[in-house]
Write a protein that binds this ligand. Structure first.
Ligand code: SF4
Ligand code: SF4
Length: 91
């Protein structure tokens, strides 16, 4: 497989993985009373991260607590997510 084809397949695979997200906001604290300061609700009532491209690393919640934003698959390596509605739990 040539390099360009390989890169395109990698990109398609990453996009397919990301498209599984239902944007419920649960993993960003939408329902625990102290969400991430970067979590926003869109007009369609689904959530989005306003710093998505630079999200990884140190972040804060609305109340000022620090935490580290990591890729969802990094959390899954440790244990299943506690959000039963999340499609990544069954992948
Ligand atoms: S809990 Fe799952 S479906 Fe909900 S926003 Fe997080 S990754 Fe997406
Ligand atoms: S920075 Fe991380 S935890 Fe905060 S809204 Fe964005 S993806 Fe969610």
């Amino acid at each position: 497989m040539d390099e360009l084809v390989y890169q395109r397949k990698q990109q398609e695979s990453a996009e397919e993985y990301e498209s599984r997200c239902r944007r419920c906001g649960a993993c960003c604290g939408a329902y625990d009373g102290d969400p991430c300061i970067n979590l926003e609700k869109a007009a369609d009532n689904r959530y989005f991260c306003k710093v998505y491209n630079t999200r990884l690393g140190l972040q804060k919640t609305i109340s000022g607590k620090s935490f580290t934003c990591v890729l969802i698959r990094e959390n899954l390596k440790i244990s299943p997510l506690s959000f039963s509605c999340c499609p990544y739990n069954v992948s």
